[in-house]
Design a protein around this ligand. Structure first.
Ligand SMILES: CC(C)(COP(=O)(O)OP(=O)(O)OC[C@H]1O[C@@H](n2cnc3c(N)ncnc32)[C@H](O)[C@@H]1OP(=O)(O)O)[C@@H](O)C(=O)NCCC(=O)NCCS
Length: 243
């Protein structure tokens, strides 16, 4: 089911992007084993899970984010190289342990996109209220932005969350982040309210008290509802975080 849905999402993107593009070759028995390859006019692209040894690729990816992008996308402590290496190690481990569904998009081997659903394998916090709600993060390298890849990444993550039977996806985005706001609204996310979040850490781990943050920011809190029948419960859970 995941493979079929991803085939459609990525196939639609390819056709919109480049009508002469080659076929997508996709292997995706589940969201923990995704490998998709396609060709656009400017070369070969690959979508794959964050895997063993990808710490270096996360570093290469981070080097392609300018100051503004780093400020908007800060699950990692960009200004502290040593702490960043630790955080990349943790991100890879969380992907391998099937806790976070985490991905890279590569162009000719260059990792230019990174996106994830924290706690896709089960979110102990939302489970306390009988809900499964992973948290979304996404960034595209500066020189690849505004070409549709961010929208594609969000749709891939929505497809992954549906395949995992999640009830909803939550995210936060800085009040000044027009690109993020547009991309999320276009993908069907709705605004829930403003929320104070920890920066430079896994927000879901901070919610559970597993890590401690030193920087915080008040951001827009958004949700993409999957189980519409659970709308009231999802909203109650999310708004409960605003206090
Ligand atoms: C946010 C981000 C992921 C969007 O990815 P992208 O590849 O640039 O966006 P897309 O080309 O897929 O465009 C998605 C939508 O956002 C709009 N958009 C993109 N950049 C925009 C900008 N700078 N200002 C306003 N709207 C913008 C597009 O027009 C498109 O809407 P449309 O379908 O109505 O045309 C990307 O800009 C990014 O990585 N930014 C830095 C990190 C970041 O902010 N991450 C999100 C943290 S919450």
């Amino acid at each position: 089911m995941l493979a079929e849905s991803l085939q459609k999402v990525i196939g639609d993107f390819i056709r919109r992007h480049d009508s002469d593009a080659g076929e997508l070759v996709l292997n995706a028995p589940d969201c923990w084993q995704v490998d998709g390859r396609f060709r656009l006019v400017d070369g070969h692209y690959r979508l794959r899970n964050l895997s063993l040894g990808d710490e270096e690729n996360l570093c290469r990816f981070g080097q392609q984010l300018g100051e503004h992008s780093r400020e908007m996308f800060c699950p990692y402590p960009w200004s502290d190289a040593e702490a960043c290496t630790q955080a990349f190690r943790r991100a890879v481990a969380q992907s391998l342990k099937k806790i976070d569904a985490s991905y890279l998009l590569e162009h000719e081997g260059n990792p230019f996109g990174h996106f994830f659903l924290w706690k896709a394998g089960g979110n102990p916090l939302s489970q306390r209220t009988g809900l499964e709600i992973p948290e979304l993060g996404v960034a595209i390298a500066d020189s690849y932005q505004e070409k549709g890849f961010g929208g594609l990444a969000v749709r891939i993550l929505q497809t992954v969350a549906v395949s995992l039977k999640a009830d909803a996806i939550e995210l936060t985005t800085a009040a000044t982040n027009d690109a993020g706001w547009q991309a999320y609204q276009r993908a069907g996310f709705e605004y829930v309210g403003m929320i104070r979040i920890p920066l430079e850490v896994d927000v879901t781990a901070a919610d559970l008290g597993h890590v401690t943050a030193t920087r915080f920011r008040t951001e827009r809190h958004m949700v993409y509802l999957i189980s519409t029948a659970k709308r009231d419960d999802v909203m109650r859970f999310l708004k409960g975080k605003h206090a």
